[in-house]
Design a protein around this ligand. Structure first.
Ligand code: AMP
Ligand code: MN
Ligand code: MN
Ligand code: MN
Length: 283
């Protein structure tokens, strides 16, 4: 039987340009070492790491897919939409993301105030010390500071006790609309992917409404195999992809070594009957 090398696509990963721990070039190098054949750099609300990642990918001999992960407010919850195969210079995408980054600065001050009220001092400066890109300061940087300050033992427990929705350090925030996020991605020539759907705390009925709204906004694909999903969740979202005619994506959501994130390129393959989203990308 001929051996066919199956491609190892990892279409969701972060660098120091958002809340990852590795610079774009180091991230690409690590992906190549782990056998990834095509990596998407999908920093939160920011595309400025793509040029360096692309140069490193040429050196490493792997494909680099230009991506972004856009934060979206959908009703009461926050959802994430990954854009793949985008032109990082597209004007509407750039302008949209720039507006989002400006609002992160004021949110950071409000997070620090809420932590101050429960006796945690110095978190604004602390978070900025951990932010590789000050425009992208976010909850992960606060979490790393809180671990450093000894408030919690690890990043996951900081979220559980302080930073998750409803906890004392959480502040509500208005992100992009689903329509805007998908429109920016499409205007940049990209494919919109609903990220890690199992993370959203919604009923089955609401999930169906979300997927329908996402499709109506121009969304084309959904993450089925994700570093955030267990096998049962992957199977459940494979069914969602089939039921709604969505292409399927596979991505680790790697943020760096340690902190409990999935490793690059180590996920299960996509179920073979689904259309892989990379067939819609010029890889
Ligand atoms: P932000 O966009 O600033 O609200 O931060 C969102 C980021 O926080 C996500 O992309 C994850 O990297 C991280 N995050 C959210 N929830 C958790 C959690 N329960 N455990 C660890 N990291 C989390
Ligand atoms: Mn993140
Ligand atoms: Mn996400
Ligand atoms: Mn992510």
């Amino acid at each position: 039987m001929p051996l066919i090398a199956s491609p190892n696509f990892d279409l969701h990963a972060h660098s120091t340009v958002s809340d990852g721990l590795l610079a774009p070039a180091a991230l690409v190098g690590r992906a190549a070492e782990r056998g990834v054949t095509a990596l998407a750099l999908t920093d939160h609300d920011e595309v400025s790491g793509i040029a360096a990642a692309r140069a490193a990918a040429v050196q490493a001999g792997i494909a680099l897919i230009a991506g972004v992960e856009i934060s979206v407010s959908w009703g009461e919850i926050t959802v994430h939409v990954v854009g793949l195969g985008i032109d990082p210079d597209a004007p509407s995408l750039r302008a949209g993301l720039e507006g989002m980054r400006r609002k992160r600065t004021s949110r950071a001050a409000r997070i620090a105030e809420s932590l101050e009220r429960i006796g945690i001092r110095g978190s604004l400066e602390g978070a900025y010390r951990h932010a590789g890109n000050p425009e992208l300061v976010g909850r992960t940087h606060f979490a790393r500071f809180l671990v450093e300050a000894g408030v919690s033992s690890d990043v996951k427990s900081v979220f559980r006790h302080y930073l998750a929705a409803g906890k004392l350090g959480y502040v509500p925030h208005e992100w992009a609309t689903l329509g805007d996020a998908c429109a920016w991605i499409r205007a940049a020539g990209g494919v919109a992917v609903l990220a890690h759907p199992a993370r959203y705390k919604v009923s089955r009925r609401e999930m169906q409404t979300l997927v329908e709204a996402f499709k109506a906004a121009g969304g084309e694909a959904i993450e089925v195999v994700s570093g955030n999903h267990d096998a049962a969740q992957a199977a459940a979202f494979a069914r969602v992809a089939r039921a709604h005619g969505l292409a399927a994506s596979r991505g680790s959501d790697f943020h760096g070594p340690g902190e409990g994130y999935a490793e690059l390129g180590r996920l299960a393959p996509l179920p073979s009957d689904l259309e892989p989203v990379w067939e819609r990308l010029a890889v």
